[in-house]
Design a protein around this ligand. Structure first.
Ligand SMILES: [Ca+2]
Ligand SMILES: [Ca+2]
Length: 471
């Protein structure tokens, strides 16, 4: 009897501690903006099987390199360990010629044979879901491959717009342009989304076009899928500015772009632009340091962060836009990897970072400090892009609080004049949680002390009882 209650006493605090760590994001229903996305160029990620490598040639940047669905399934744990919650795939649909990138569709409702089969696509989604990962497919809606069968069908004549796609992206330049305002075509794409959902269980789509994707297509037929849009002609301001600014130490941060919507997808790399890593190298900078700062902004500024495959290594394309190397799972920098892991886990733990209001507190001489607030939770993000230590004072925080740094373990306490003095070493960034300053956490110490006391008492009583029985 006594022994049981001793075990009980030991188990109770364990459960209490566990329940303390359940984050607010888990208690509330998950929203799209809570995700962190890992973007995969299917052909360049992982070659999981050899049987589908027809014509593959690693020496030719325009040819298939052998990456496939099986390879992604094999590497789901890798993505999960980095802390991502959603994977987004380049178009999985059947392509003409050497459409390794997936943007020369020959059939919107079948899987490209170089990538695998529809059964494998279904397995991929199942395996992803088993790991709590969502899956998003890229679905081109603004153009087809040059030899698409629709071009010969009289009844589909009005599905095409006048002229061809004009794009800086060579993959789609000159492709037949679809008229996305055509109601029948819109109907077709709604059915196509239904098809993929029914066949594979995929969670949603990113509709890709060379112009604005019409609202009618963004409205979901079933309401239970994520549908977002990408206009490849967009000069993405967030990406352009962040790349420019973070690729060199000493750049001021006041031109950083802040999204108005927390549902906007933000990124630093992607097809059509060279790798951020190479920008840093060109500027004779340490790419790891540059990535650490840029990633901290990407994951804490309003919007959903998307990381392009290989950025975590960090992959360098040598400045050649057409050079999309295979992912190298053997390479990698421990510091950079840790930064990604910490930032993804922070977004899971602190809803202020995914849903919170944004307020800039300070932005001068390369030091930017901003605040994200959601209900009772306040986070402060500080990024020092300057080549020397910078300090600033936060005036309008509540009294008797403290800022606890989650990336560098720093602690900022209130000064006698009531302000909080933040000092950031050169080229560092940190994310602080604002919490009650209790010096020591007496409640917790009291609780643990009490449990220990009860435990000791129980042990004494058992041994007394045992002694009595012996006697
Ligand atoms: Ca293959
Ligand atoms: Ca093909």
């Amino acid at each position: 009897m006594m022994r049981k209650s001793v075990i009980g006493l030991m188990v109770i605090p364990f459960f209490l501690l566990c329940s303390f760590s359940v984050s607010a994001a888990e208690r509330e229903e998950r929203q799209w903006q809570d995700e962190s996305i890992y973007y995969i160029m299917i052909d360049r990620f992982m070659n999981g099987e050899m049987g589908n490598n027809e014509g593959a040639n690693l020496e030719d940047p325009e040819a298939y390199h052998g990456g496939d669905i099986k390879g992604i399934i094999d590497q789901l744990d890798y993505i999960k360990e980095l802390g991502f919650t959603t994977i987004q795939l380049s178009p999985i649909m059947a392509n003409e010629g050497e459409g390794f990138h997936g943007f020369r569709i020959s059939d919107f409702q079948s899987v490209e044979e170089h990538f695998g089969t529809i059964a494998q696509a279904q397995t991929l989604v199942e395996e992803a879901h088993a790991r709590d990962l969502k899956v998003i497919f890229d679905l081109p809606v603004g153009f087809t491959g040059e030899n698409h069968s629709w071009l010969d069908e009289q009844s589909k004549g009005d599905w095409f717009a006048e002229g061809q796609v004009a794009s800086e992206l060579s993959w789609i330049d000159g492709m037949p342009k679809l008229d996305t305002s055509n109601v029948n075509l819109q109907q077709y794409f709604q059915e196509t989304m239904d098809f993929w959902q029914e066949e594979t269980g995929v969670d949603g789509f990113r509709l890709v076009s060379s112009s604005q994707v019409p609202e009618e297509l963004l409205q979901t037929a079933s309401g239970d899928r994520i549908v977002i849009a990408e206009n490849l002609s967009d000069k993405e301001a967030f990406r352009a500015q962040s790349r420019e600014i973070f690729s060199e130490a000493g750049n001021p941060l006041d031109e950083l772009v802040t999204q108005q919507s927390v549902e906007e997808v933000n990124r630093l790399d992607g097809f059509g632009v060279g790798r951020f890593t190479h920008l840093a190298v060109e500027n004779s900078q340490n790419p790891i340091t540059r990535w650490q700062l840029a990633l901290t902004y990407l994951f804490t500024a309003p919007g959903i962060p998307q990381l392009y495959y290989g950025s975590e290594i960090p992959l360098d394309d040598g400045g050649n836009l057409r050079n999309l190397p295979m992912m190298n799972f053997k390479a990698g920098d421990e510091k950079l990897r840790k930064r990604v892991e910490k930032l993804t886990s922070m977004r899971e733990q602190f809803p202020a970072l995914t849903r919170g209001n944004y307020e800039e507190l300070y932005n001068q001489e390369g030091l930017a400090v901003f605040k994200r607030t959601e209900q009772e939770q306040t986070m402060i993000v500080a990024i020092n892009n300057a080549e020397e230590t910078k300090t600033m004072e936060i005036e309008n925080l509540e009294d008797d609080h403290q800022l606890r740094g989650l990336l560098h373990d720093g602690l900022v306490r209130q000064q006698n004049d009531g302000s909080y003095r933040l000092g950031m070493e050169r080229e560092t960034a940190d994310v602080f949680i604002v919490e009650q300053n209790s010096g020591y956490n007496w409640m917790f110490i009291g609780f643990v002390g009490g449990v220990l006391g009860l435990f000791v008492l129980a042990v004494i009583m058992i041994s007394l009882k045992n002694r009595k029985e012996k006697n």
